[in-house]
Write a protein that binds this ligand. Sequence first.
Ligand SMILES: [Ca+2]
Length: 477
Amino acid sequence: MLQAFYSSNAKKYNVLFIISDDLTYTALSCYGNKVCQTPNIDKLASEGVRFTQAYCQGTYCGPSRASLMSGYYPHATGALGYKSPRPKIGNRSTWPQHFRNHGYHAARVSKIYHMGVPGGIESGGDGADDPLSWDEKYNCKGPEWLAPGDGETLQKNPDGKRPVVGGNTFVVVEADGDDLVHSDGKTAAKAVELLGKYKEIKKPFWMGVGFVRPHVPFVAPRKFFEPFKPYSKMVLPKKLPGNWDDIPQAGINYCTSVNMEMDIRKQKKAVGGYYASVAYLDAQVGKVMNALENSGKRDNTIVIFTSDHGFHLGEHDFWAKVSLRDESAKVPLIISVPGKKPGVCDSFVELLDLYPTLSSLCGLPKQDRLQGKDISQMLDDTNYEVRKEAFSVAPMRTGFLLRNKKWAFIQYGEKLPAQLKGGFEHGRNGIELFDMENDPQQFINLADTLKFQPVVASFRKKLKDKLITVRKNDLQD
Ligand SMILES: [Ca+2]
């Protein structure tokens, strides 16, 4: 009864969901970066609640996006790679589909489910999209690493002879021309056009706007690189000798300064190129927000800004994603609900919480099958706590993270009972335990310290229970 009453009386807000690709919270000025300025994202943060402890559920595009859009953890759907969650969820509704089913017009501009970057953006295809999620959808083709300009391949290019290349490679291109040369400029323009069009529609809308920067290649119009040049002035994270000695092999990220053969000059240019891509992204976010203001719908539109996962910029000599350290597993998250007080929330949230939370804020029926939690009360009271810890996975290396206020617990390796003929085998590829209050940069692995064995044991049990809960769901036969 209460639900019916709530639903019929709740405001039908529009939803504008803006998601960046491979954006670490550490690169945003509203999260404390002093070098990279992001005035448009900062403005949105000042109008909403900025979450300082938001975590993705998978530390690369495919599983993270499939999870947040479907409402299930990666290990529930088995969407651990770069696939659509649809075969596993059958006729159950995704996040925008649930809104469509309740009178919303749903639109996608560019990358919301997984798309290969740069390859998929060069070809302009749909990627691992889910057609049932949308009333209309647009792909925004761009030249990526082929954009005319000054390019350099930073990765595995010790003698400087390697040309600019495609694929998932650290390449910087200071590009000729304006914003519209690139995919994200076109994405912003399409979103602006749709917001203009939606002035006239009677239905509320759910619009997903997916930007592909700062995902590699670091390509943007030249002017965005200026604040970061000469690149030699970029400051790299603190390096500690022997930093890898106390972590398991599985804990050393797949991209490092060593295996990418990046010297200090290239590392600094990678940071500058990444920041330029973030500045370019920020400018595109500004265009979309201006268009929302101009459409007259800002006052009844909930705006969300986030990223599918984070990114290392040289911490521990790690680069890129996959890692379960905070720079990679934590995401920027801003939720701006008209009429609610802006603030900063330090309680734990997961990207998985967006689907049930937005459903609740818009008065749509609650679905108990969803694995995320409704965090809408945190938007009224930033001290409110819905979860004590966040859970994230790096399927590529069977890595699992449990993160609470005090600890980051990371475990690698898992064999299921079917493979073992009875009994789980957890953590055979190593464990990391970091004291996040005294060692927030995660330099000292305490997993082998005698004193902390009870903490390790308690987390091992917690993780085992968590995986059982995650796998017990309505998708199972
Ligand atoms: Ca990504």
